[in-house]
Write a protein that binds this ligand. Sequence first.
Ligand code: SF4
Ligand code: SF4
Length: 403
Amino acid sequence: MASDTPMMDELEKGPWPSFVTEIKRAAKKKEAAADLLRSQEQCFVEKQGLWKHGGIVGVKGYGGGVIGRYHQRPEDFPHLQAFHTMRVNHPSGWFYTTDMLRKLCDVWDKHGSGLTNMHGSTGDIILLGTTSDELQPTFDDLSDAGFDLGGSGSALRTPTGCIGKARCEWACIDTMNFIYDVTMTYQDFLHRPPFPYKTKIKASGCPNDCVAAIARADTSVIGTWRDELRIDQDQVKEYLNSGLNVEGLVVGRCPTDALEMVNGKLELARPEDCVRCMHCINMMPKAIRPGTDTGATILVGAKAPVMHGAVLSTVLIPFMKMEPPYTEFKELWEKIVDWWDENGKTRERLSELIDRVGMGEFIKAVDVPPVAQMVKVPRANPYIFWREQDVPTLDDFKKWRLK
Ligand code: SF4
Ligand code: SF4
């Protein structure tokens, strides 16, 4: 018998595990999943989406965490009349016990379509598709199991960090502790959207930036070190003996030419030029390690919208120590969001506001002095501005020369 979803079947034939297979599996138990399969096929036939976005739905005491979703044609797809998404705050570093995963799935089998997205691009557990009546019971059961809702709408979105010190030897900061701390400190901003638009905090333990903080977060926290990277010469020898082309692939590809091979030893010849890019460390992980004076670079203004206008974040603080309770970070972040909240238009992300009023205005407002690390093109850069009294006169130069 011919399938009534031929295009969905076609999609399933690719080399990777397919979401179509999972929807078909769920469709055996849930009518909403069966309708979803047919609806998706219809979207392909008509070459348009059939969802209405929005509608205010939620759970008691929360303004975020639920994304209202309704079908345009409930008469044809009755089990999709309401098909709301719930965002659930994931644990730091995405560590679960199998017991917790089972609890989560049981809650969703009981109240929703059974379909999940592990994880959404912000990091949350995404539970796809339930009705308005089931939202509160789902939330209550999730709370009993120890889960909380994440951020949605014009809120602080669920903070996310890499696994950091839990498993990764490159971690310069304890990302899991930091993310847990800011999530708990700023609960209100997550649950009751107070801002002009969404804002995100993401933390990576080192410049490899596994959570893509620099590409996605309005406030990116990226672990780094301010002393020199450490080199173990015995291990360098091992790499040389194993045939690694250290000269060509490591020294030759350092972006700032900071490394040198001297008499069979790998040396950081120009430490002041090292930009902590991680290339040499990634190439020779047993021989090179980050330094020991560790902290984070704080950057602002990334966003990755679906349509256009992706922006990478810009350095604001080149180095900040990151120890609990993270007071320095929190004071800075609160100044940033206060300024944005005060000056941002509706649906204006931080980077868009900075673009509109200028980086100079922004750093003045958050009381951060301009520094060279903010500069992309010296002398043609709008972040650096001089007041007349800061500019030396010719007489000043003459005086200095005579000293
Ligand atoms: Fe490890 Fe760095 Fe990736 Fe974090 S960002 S998991 S510290 S490599
Ligand atoms: Fe060069 Fe990057 Fe290694 Fe620094 S971390 S020495 S910039 S390759």
